[in-house]
Design a protein around this ligand. Structure first.
Ligand SMILES: [Zn+2]
Length: 111
């Protein structure tokens, strides 16, 4: 059985990028599930209190706060090399760290 230690030494940033991908996925979950949940909450609210609005607002609050939380985590995600914020604020596409120019998805300092 091969040890994973040499692999981690070859790719010191791989774990950090895996965590970053997990953060990106956590933004996608509420986007995908929002509309079904919105209707379920609205219908449940209608049957419970006779109005769609309270359930709709509960769904917006839950799904919205979850997406905002993980969005902030992604925006302020630290660069694996320099530790400063990887993304520039207000820039949607980015290929490298805003501070040390580490390429996005680079798994070692040599990439
Ligand atoms: Zn950096």
């Amino acid at each position: 059985m091969e040890s994973e230690i040499p692999n981690q030494l070859d790719k010191p940033y791989a774990k950090a990028w895996k965590e970053y991908r997990t953060h990106l996925n956590k933004i996608a979950y509420p986007v995908v599930s929002y509309f079904p949940a919105f209707f379920v909450f609205a219908l449940a609210s209608y049957f419970l209190v006779g109005d769609f609005f309270p359930g709709m607002m509960v769904a917006v609050a839950i799904w919205g706060s979850y997406a905002v939380y993980w969005g902030i985590r992604v925006i302020y995600w630290p660069c694996p090399r320099c530790g400063k914020r990887f993304r520039r604020i207000g820039v949607l596409t980015y290929a490298a760290c805003a501070h040390c120019d580490l390429p996005k998805w680079a798994e070692s300092p040599d990439d």
